[in-house]
Ligand binder design. Structure first.
Ligand code: GLN
Length: 296
């Protein structure tokens, strides 16, 4: 029996549609690797994958999407796609309400909120698909480096492998400070790194399927890296939620030793470099200031 036949006989969907928003403008630090990870993890399970690059005029092509992904970029890129994102607001909301899972990274996280304010590009209103707001104070310290986050106890994102692994790791590089509205909860508690605002101790924003009146899962996070190759539990939760149209399905397990090894090494290395409260070096702070001047 082929992998696809096996998928069918297990009652699993046989087709996955991934909508990748603005793949050219927003693709920092290999964010595209998240798409590859989702696609590979689906095809290893015998599920055929279709990836649709989505730009301003592609609202109708969001219909039927199982997963919607948007990556990171500099402020100027965020400005460049802002109007197009507003134009896509309704088809995006519809697709999520039909059960598509949304994963938004860094600039995408900021742009999909209610508003992003930056001294470089002014105020960018967003479609409010994530109940968050982001402010980049003038001269704000840039948060750069490895980050590890602990999901809350009982989180359905935790690895379903009996080991209950609740850590998510990635790389952050942002000056924006994000605050959450009442319909979203943080992705997790910051173990190392800075997270949403460097002060609250929290990272990311999550609305589980059904929360805030939309059927689909919504996750916003500052974690680049790309995020999903080193976090197979998160990759599978996004897949399971999208394929289940908001009711996460059970996916057959994959042999993830290499992924967990990469996860562990990344966390160990950054814990050694960045123990406890993180402080930028003098050179790092100078670089931050230079970066702020050229408007990153
Ligand atoms: N421009 C945003 C910030 O610095 C987002 C950067 C990113 O996507 N890494 O806050």
């Amino acid at each position: 029996m082929s992998a696809a036949d096996a998928a069918m006989s297990a009652g699993m969907p046989d087709h996955l549609v991934i909508a990748h928003l603005f793949p050219d403008a927003l693709n920092l630090y290999g964010d595209r690797g998240n798409i590859d990870t989702l696609a590979r993890r689906a095809s290893w399970r015998g599920i055929a994958v279709e990836v649709r690059g989505i730009g301003a005029d592609d609202g109708p092509r969001l219909a039927g999407a199982d997963v919607i992904f948007i990556g990171g970029g500099a402020d100027q890129h965020q400005r460049a796609v802002a109007d197009e994102l507003i134009a896509l607001a309704e088809p995006l909301r519809r697709a999520i309400d039909e059960g598509a899972a949304l994963l938004a990274v860094c600039a995408g996280y900021q742009n999909l909120g209610h508003a992003f304010r930056s001294p470089h590009v002014g105020e960018i209103p967003g479609p409010g698909l994530l109940d968050v707001e982001t402010e980049m104070p003038a001269g704000a310290e840039r948060f750069v480096g490895g980050i590890a986050v602990e999901l809350e106890e009982g989180s359905p994102i935790a690895a379903a492998d009996g080991l209950g692994r609740r850590r998510v790791v990635g790389f952050e590089n942002h000056s924006g400070r994000t605050s959450l509205g009442p319909t979203m909860r943080p992705l997790g508690r910051v173990l190392i790194g800075r997270g949403n605002d460097g002060a609250s101790g929290f990272e990311g924003a999550v609305a589980m399927p059904g929360d805030g009146g939309l059927r689909g899962l919504r996750i916003g996070t500052y974690l680049h890296g790309p995020l999903l190759p080193r976090n197979p539990h998160l990759a599978d939760f996004v897949l399971a939620s999208g394929l289940g149209r908001g009711a996460p399905i059970e996916l057959p397990p994959l042999p993830d030793d290499a992924e967990w090894d990469a996860h562990r090494r990344f966390a160990d290395d950054w814990t050694a470099i960045r123990p406890g409260v993180y402080r930028r070096s003098r050179i790092g702070r100078l670089r931050d200031r230079a970066g702020a001047l050229i408007g990153f």
